[in-house]
Design a protein around this ligand. Structure first.
Ligand code: LLP
Length: 390
């Protein structure tokens, strides 16, 4: 869906800021919820992608569950309308207070990643006189063919229970009195655009699930994680293809009667709805290109610096003939660069630049390096209601 920027209104606002197109967000959320309903799939939205309160309220209102990776995210999910029975808690290093918080609220399930963690969960649950529902996060050793830093499902990664630990896990679970085994969990990486990877995941899940069944551990749910990628080159085009994605699981995942399938998308639901809006502070001559120096930097959006991630960059106030610019931020780091040799219309001090598809892992990964303050956030409905001309 095409985002139309209210440029005149933007001119009056302090930059940089994050802008969310709620119509585009709503459309994606509705479409995916309807589709998941048709397949009987359950979706837990991964809060780490974007945890802004108005966005979470929209997501919870449509019946999505929440995938949290910290006690702070669990609190935020509870505050924004997710029911405890729809909250799952993952993460390779859950602190004791976070486990206690999850148990006190009776969350749906802990996705556990090691024998030692299972022991701690069991111990804390025993102390509280409750049973913790636990799914095992298994490292399936499937390569997601995505950026090295966001690959999580191969054996060299810290995530999940490795094959050599499985027997010990089974022995422990059969003894643990305060743990109820509810399912198997997988997540192999993020920004996956090659759909064959998901087929490979299904095949591996089938093998792993048979092994657990042979050990008399029957999973009520299979959680296949998140990871569906978006097309960063085309923020206004059709969003990620959830139908093709769901079909792969329908065809390739062997399910037992009554078994539920859970998904945990983050990026695919929210990325395209957000843009980082920034002003050009200065334009400087470089050797091969020009530098467009923005008032937003890696403090607001670290993805290009951290993963060499591509985001479409648009000058939304100029349409003059263009040339090549290195679009950089004001932070004292050479990696503070949003794009090299980007073709933009002739750009001047004061022009507004939109960095697109930043709704996922933009604000949530921002920092206050150089003691910078957090960028403001605007939603399309506020902008409209604040606009004196409307
Ligand atoms: N479930 C688990 C267990 C995860 O670790 C993640 C993401 C998700 C679900 C959601 O994945 P998604 O559908 O958003 O791909 N900061 C990086 C992405 C890191 C993802 C970490 N885990 C980025 O900016 O690309």
């Amino acid at each position: 869906m095409k985002t139309k920027f209210p440029v005149e209104r933007f001119q009056q606002l302090e930059t940089p800021f994050y802008y969310y197109d709620l119509d585009s967000l709503d459309q994606t959320l509705h479409e995916v919820a309807t589709l998941a309903g048709q397949y009987g799939y359950r979706i837990h939205y991964a809060l780490k992608a974007n945890a802004n309160v108005p966005i979470l309220k929209r997501i919870s209102a449509l019946g999505y569950g929440a995938d949290c990776v910290s006690g702070y995210e669990i609190r935020r999910a509870l505050e924004t309308g997710f029911s405890p029975s729809d909250i799952v808690f993952a993460g390779v290093g859950k602190a004791d207070w976070e486990i206690e918080l999850g148990l006190d609220h009776g969350i749906s399930c802990f996705n556990s990643e090691s024998v030692q963690e299972l022991e701690v969960i069991n111990e804390i649950a025993a102390r509280k006189g409750v049973k913790a529902r636990v799914a095992l996060r298994i490292n399936p050793n499937v390569d997601a063919h995505t950026h090295h830093y966001i690959t999580t499902g191969v054996e060299e990664n810290k995530f999940g229970i490795n094959p050599w630990d499985r027997e010990q896990v089974v022995r422990f679970l059969t003894m643990a009195r305060n743990i109820e085994f509810v399912g198997l969990h997988f997540h192999i990486g993020s920004q996956i655009t090659n759909y064959d990877v998901f087929k490979g995941l299904c095949i591996r899940i089938n093998e792993i699930q048979s092994w657990f069944a042979s050990q008399m551990l029957m999973a009520k749910s299979i959680n296949v994680g998140g990871g569906l990628g978006v097309n960063y080159s085309d923020p206004d085009g059709n969003g990620p293809d959830f139908k093709t994605y769901f079909e792969i699981f329908k065809h390739h995942l062997d399910l037992q009667p009554g078994q539920e399938v859970h998904f945990e998308p983050g990026r695919a639901l929210v990325a395209h709805s957000g843009s980082l809006i920034s002003r050009v502070l200065y334009v400087k001559e470089g050797i091969k290109t020009h530098f467009a120096i923005l008032d937003a930097g890696m403090t607001e959006l670290i993805r290009p610096a951290l993963y060499q991630a591509f985001h479409l960059i648009q000058n939304i106030t100029s349409s003059a003939d263009g040339k090549l610019y290195d679009v950089v931020g004001p932070i004292c780091e050479s990696s503070d660069c949003f794009g090299k040799a980007v073709y933009l219309p002739e750009t001047h001090r004061g022009d507004l630049i939109a960095i697109r598809s930043t709704g996922a892992y933009g604000e949530t990964m921002s920092s206050n390096y150089n003691l910078r303050e957090k960028a403001k956030t605007w939603y399309s409905d506020e902008i409209q209601s604040n606009d004196p001309s409307k």
